[in-house]
Design a protein around this ligand. Structure first.
Ligand code: NBG
Length: 842
C-alpha cells in the first residue's frame, strides 16, 4: 500500500523538513548531539570509537537526504535503470569516502579537531565492509562509485553476509582464520523490515490446464525463507546523486520461532527453523577463482536472485507498462555466473506467474541480461549438479531443460547433423551426475557477453566460448577493460599526490575525467614538482614502514626499494615464483664478499594476501614466505640489503596504505590466466612501476604508458599450451639451474623443515609445472636485475613514474561504466539540475 501524506498536511511537513549540517558549527553540533543522544554518552566518556560513530551518523544524515531525493528523482524520471547483481561487494571503509565524495572532509577535519580528535584516528576506527574475496568484489565496489558519480540510475543487489571474508592472522608463520563479525555497529545500512520477499525452496511441480487448454505449472510445497532488505547509500563524487545498494538478509518466514514447541519445552527445535533460515546469508564463501558446488552456496544464489528479481519486477509493474517494454526499462548485469539463475527466474515469473508465451518471455529475458565473464580457469567455472537443482529448485530445472532444448534446436538448424557441436555447447553436460554449465546458460540467456581486458576477451572467444561465437556471431561478444575509481584509489588513498596533481592541473577535475592527468607530461622536467613527487613517495613509504614495524616487528629502511605483491594467494598468480626469486637473491648476496655486498641495492619484499581456508598449496606458500623472512631478516651478513615481510589480513583499508608506498609491484601470473587484474592499475596510478607478465590488463597498461615504463618478462599466452604439453607428455622438463639451486637450499632445511615445502617444489619439478614457474624463472630474475639498475638512477625512475601516471587516464572505472552504459545497457545518465547540485554541495 502506498503511504503518502495528504495534500493539506504537506505544508506542515515541508516546513519542518530536515536538512543536514551546513557548516563546521553545524557539523560539531550534530556530532555532539549524536554522542549525547544516539549513543547516550557524554564528553566525559567519548573515545575515538564514539567519535567515529557520531561523525559517521552526522554524515549519514546528510547522505540520507540526498539518497531520498535521488530515489524520488529517478522514480519520477521513470527512465531505464541498471541493476548490478553481484555476490560480492568489497566496499572497505565508508566514512572517508563519503566525506570526500560529498565534499565535507575539510570541514569535518576542522570540526573534529575542535572537539579534540584527529580525523585520521577517527577514520581508523571503522571496520572494513569486506563482503568479497578479491578483484571481482572490489570491481563491483568501484562500479557503484562510478555509477553514482556519473548520475546513472543504478542499484546494486547483493547478500548481507553476517560474516564477510575471514580475518587472517599469522601465527608461527601459518595462516589462521578468524571470523569477521562486522555488524556490531554499522551506521551505513538501513534495515527495511517492510521490504521483504518470501523465497521458496524444494517442493514439487504440479501441472494443470487453464480455461484455454494451456498447460500451467505450479511450484508448490517445500520451504519458505524470508528475505529482508538492508539498504546502503552510495554517494557519487561531486554530485548529489546517491544510489542504493540493496543487500538481502535471510530470516525464518514464520516470524521468530515456533512458540508451540517453545511452550512445550522443546527449546532446541523451536529455534532450529530460525537458524536454518539465517544460515543462508550467514557467511561469504572464501574462495577466489574456485567453484566448490556446495548446496548452501546454490541456496544463497537463488535466495539473492529471487529476492532481487521480485523487487525489480515489483518496481517495473508500478509503472503500468506492458511487458514488452521491460528491457527498455531494465538492464540487469550478471557479475560472473553467480547470478545466472536470474535468467531462469525471470523466465519463470513471465510464463508461470504472468502468463506470457514462452517466446515472448524469452525475448524479454535475453534483451534484459548482460553477462560478464571474469575468468578462464576451468576450476572457477560454475557447474551445478542436475540432481541438486532438481531437489532444490524443481521448476527451474524444467525451465533450464526447455531453454537448452530450444537452444540446441536452433544450433541443429544452423549446423545440421553436427553431433559433436551439440554435445559441446549443451547447457547440460552429460556426465555422471549430469551438470548444468552455468556459463553456457548465461551466454544463451544474455544479449551481450563481455570479458574484462582485451587479451581475456579474445581468449574467451577463441577457447572456452569459441563454439558460441560460431553460433551467435562475434557481435554478441565484446570487451570492456576493467577500471578503478580514482576517488578512492588516488584522492583518498594518496591525498598528498592528489593535491600535488591538482596544483599543476589547476583543480581536481582529473578525479572525474582521469584523462586530464596527461597534463602532467608538461611538468616532467619541473624540478620543484619532481622533488615534491619524490618526497610524497618517501612519506608514503615511511607510513608503510611504521605499519610494518607495528604489525610484524620488522624494521625496514624507507630508502630501500619497496617490492610489493599483494593479492589473493594463488598458484596462477605465482607468489611461489616471487619467493623463490627472493631466495635466489638471498643466496646471491650470501655468496658475495662484504665489499661486493656494499654495492648492492637494498630491497624490501612485501607480501600480503589471504589463502582460501581449504587451499593447501596457497597456505604452504604463505608459510614459506614467513619462514624465509625469519631467516633473512635476522641474518647479520644481509642487514638492510634484503627484508622479507608478510603483512597479515590484506584488505581494502590496508591496500590504501600499501599501494601508495610501492616502488615496484608484481603482477606475474602465468600468461593467459589473470583475466585483468585491477591492483596493477592502482599501483601505477600511485606512482609505482610494475614488473609483470604479458597478461590481463598489463598489456593495455603497457600500451598506454609505454614499454620503457614497465618491466615485462616471461612467456606469452600463445606459448603456454605447448610448454605445458612438453612438460607432461614429452618429459622435457629441465628445471632452470638457478631455480634448482633454490630448491636445493630449501631441501637442505635452511628455511625450516623441508617437508613443509615439498609440495611446492614437486609441483614444479615432478608434476608438470602447470604454471610455468621454471620456464619463466630466468627471465623473471633477469628482469628483477633490470629493476635494480633502473632504481639506482632515481632521476630516470621518477621520470618513468610521472610519465606513467600521466598516461593512466584510460583505467578509470568511469570510462569503463560509460562503455557498459553505451554498449550493453543502453542507458543514459539522469541529469541533475545545476541548482540541485549547488543546493547539495552547500
Ligand atoms: C577476477 C579475475 C581478475 C579480475 C577480476 C575482476 C574472478 C572469478 N575473477 O583478474 O581473476 O581483475 O575478476 O574482473 O574472481
Amino acid at each position: 500500500v502506498e503511504a503518502s501524506i495528504p495534500e493539506p498536511q504537506r505544508e506542515a511537513w515541508l516546513k519542518h523538513q530536515v536538512s543536514g549540517f551546513k557548516d563546521k558549527d553545524g557539523f560539531e553540533r550534530e556530532v555532539v548531539r549524536h554522542v549525547e543522544t544516539t549513543l547516550a554518552r557524554s564528553l566525559f566518556n567519548c573515545d575515538e570509537s564514539a567519535a567515529y560513530a557520531a561523525c559517521a551518523l552526522a554524515l549519514r544524515d546528510r547522505l540520507i537526504l540526498e539518497w531520498n531525493r535521488t530515489q524520488q528523482r529517478q522514480t519520477f524520471a521513470d527512465s531505464k535503470r541498471v541493476y548490478y547483481l553481484s555476490l560480492e561487494f568489497l566496499m572497505g571503509r565508508a566514512l572517508d569516502n563519503a566525506m570526500l565524495n560529498v565534499g565535507q572532509k575539510d570541514l569535518a577535519k576542522a570540526g573534529l579537531a575542535e572537539l579534540g580528535f584527529r580525523i585520521e584516528d577517527v577514520i581508523q576506527q571503522e571496520h572494513d565492509a569486506a563482503l568479497g574475496n578479491g578483484g571481482l568484489g572490489r570491481l563491483a565496489a568501484c562500479f557503484l562509485d562510478s555509477l553514482a558519480s556519473l548520475n546513472f540510475p543504478a542499484w546494486g543487489y547483493g547478500l548481507r553476509y553476517r560474516y564477510g571474508i575471514f580475518k587472517q592472522e599469522i601465527i608461527d608463520g601459518y595462516q589462521v582464520e578468524v571470523p569477521d563479525y562486522w555488524l556490531d555497529f554499522n551506521p551505513w545500512e538501513f534495515p527495511r523490515h517492510d521490504v521483504t520477499v518470501d523465497i521458496q525452496f524444494y517442493g514439487n511441480v504440479r501441472k494443470s490446464t487453464d480455461e484455454f487448454g494451456k498447460t500451467v505449472c505450479h511450484w508448490e510445497g517445500g520451504e519458505m525463507v524470508k528475505a529482508v532488505a538492508y539498504d546502503v547509500p552510495i554517494p557519487g563524487y561531486g554530485t548529489p546523486t546517491t544510489n542504493n545498494l540493496r543487500l538481502w538478509s535471510s530470516k525464518a518466514a514464520s516470524g521468530e520461532f515456533d512458540f508451540q514447541k517453545f511452550n512445550s519445552g522443546d527449546y532446541e527445535s523451536s529455534v532450529a527453523e530460525q537458524q536454518r533460515a539465517e544460515t543462508i546469508s550467514a557467511v561469504l564463501y572464501p574462495n577466489d577463482n574456485l567453484d566448490r558446488g556446495k548446496e548452501l552456496r546454490l541456496k544463497q544464489q537463488y535466495f539473492w536472485v529471487a529476492a532481487s528479481l521480485y523487487d525489480i519486477v515489483r518496481r517495473f509493474k508500478k509503472t503500468k507498462r506492458s511487458w514488452k517494454e521491460f528491457p527498455e526499462q531494465v538492464a540487469i548485469q550478471l557479475n560472473d555466473t553467480h547470478p545466472t539463475l536470474a535468467i531462469v527466474e525471470l523466465q519463470r515469473i513471465l510464463i508461470d506467474l504472468e502468463g506470457l508465451e514462452w517466446d515472448e518471455a524469452w525475448n524479454i529475458v535475453v534483451n534484459t541480461f548482460g553477462y560478464t565473464n571474469h575468468t578462464v580457469l576451468p576450476e572457477a567455472l560454475e557447474k551445478w549438479s542436475v540432481p541438486l537443482i532438481q531437489h532444490l529448485l524443481p521448476r527451474h530445472l524444467q525451465i533450464i531443460y526447455e531453454i537448452n532444448l530450444y537452444f540446441l534446436q536452433d544450433v541443429e538448424r544452423k549446423f545440421p547433423g553436427d553431433r559433436e557441436l551439440l554435445r559441446d555447447v549443451s547447457i547440460i553436460e552429460e556426465s555422471q551426475p549430469k551438470m548444468v554449465r552455468m556459463a553456457f546458460l548465461a551466454i544463451v540467456g544474455s544479449h551481450k557477453v563481455n570479458g574484462v581486458a582485451e587479451l581475456h576477451s579474445d581468449l574467451i572467444k577463441t577457447t572456452i566460448f569459441k563454439d558460441f561465437v560460431k553460433i551467435f556471431g562475434p557481435d554478441k561478444f565484446t570487451n570492456v577493460t576493467n577500471g578503478i575509481t580514482p576517488r578512492r584509489w588516488l584522492h583518498q588513498a594518496n591525498p598528498r599526490l592528489s593535491e600535488l596533481i591538482a596544483s599543476k592541473t589547476g583543480d581536481h577535475g582529473f578525479l572525474t575525467d582521469l584523462t586530464k592527468l596527461n597534463q602532467l607530461e608538461h611538468y616532467i622536467n619541473d624540478k620543484e614538482f619532481r622533488k615534491e613527487w619524490a618526497e610524497i613517495k618517501y612519506a608514503n613509504k615511511v607510513r608503510l614502514a611504521k605499519h610494518i614495524k607495528a604489525t610484524t616487528g620488522v624494521t625496514v629502511n624507507p630508502s630501500a626499494l619497496f617490492d610489493v605483491q599483494v593479492k589473493r594467494i594463488h598458484e596462477y598468480k605465482r607468489q611461489q615464483m616471487n619467493i623463490f626469486g627472493v631466495i635466489h637473491r638471498y643466496l646471491t648476496l650470501k655468496a658475495m664478499t662484504p665489499e661486493e655486498r656494499q654495492k648492492q641495492l637494498p630491497r624490501v619484499s612485501i607480501f600480503g594476501g589471504k589463502a582460501a581456508p581449504g587451499y593447501w598449496m596457497a597456505k604452504q606458500i604463505i608459510h614459506l614466505i614467513n619462514s624465509v623472512g625469519a631467516v633473512v631478516n635476522n641474518d647479520k651478513d644481509i642487514g638492510d640489503l634484503l627484508k622479507v615481510v608478510f603483512l597479515e589480513d590484506y584488505n581494502v583499508s590496508k591496500a590504501e596504505i600499501i599501494i601508495p608506498a610501492s616502488d615496484i609491484s608484481e603482477h606475474i601470473s602465468t600468461a593467459g590466466t589473470e583475466a585483468s587484474g585491477t591492483s596493477n592499475m592502482k599501483f601505477v596510478l600511485n606512482g609505482g612501476l610494475i614488473i609483470g607478465t604479458c597478461d590481463g590488463a598489463n598489456i593495455e597498461i603497457t600500451r598506454e604508458i609505454g614499454e620503457q615504463n614497465i618491466f615485462l618478462f616471461g612467456h606469452l599466452a600463445e606459448e603456454v599450451e605447448d610448454l605445458r604439453h612438453a612438460h607432461v607428455y614429452e618429459k622435457q622438463h629441465n628445471i632452470d639451474p638457478d631455480l634448482a639451486r633454490v630448491f636445493e637450499e630449501i631441501e637442505k632445511g635452511t628455511f625450516g623443515n623441508p617437508q613443509d615445502f615439498a609440495g611446492m617444489i614437486s609441483a614444479v619439478r615432478d608434476h608438470g609445472d602447470y604454471y610455468l614457474v621454471s620456464d619463466d624463472f630466468q627471465s623473471y630474475v633477469d628482469t628483477q636485475k633490470l629493476v635494480d639498475n633502473a632504481y639506482r638512477n632515481q632521476e630516470e625512475w621518477v621520470t618513468k613514474c610521472i610519465e606513467s601516471v600521466a598516461r593512466m587516464g584510460f583505467f578509470s572505472s568511469d570510462r569503463c561504466i560509460n562503455e557498459y552504459a553505451e554498449e550493453i545497457w543502453n542507458i543514459e545518465p539522469l541529469k541533475v539540475e545545476a541548482d540541485q547540485a549547488a543546493a547539495a554541495s552547500s
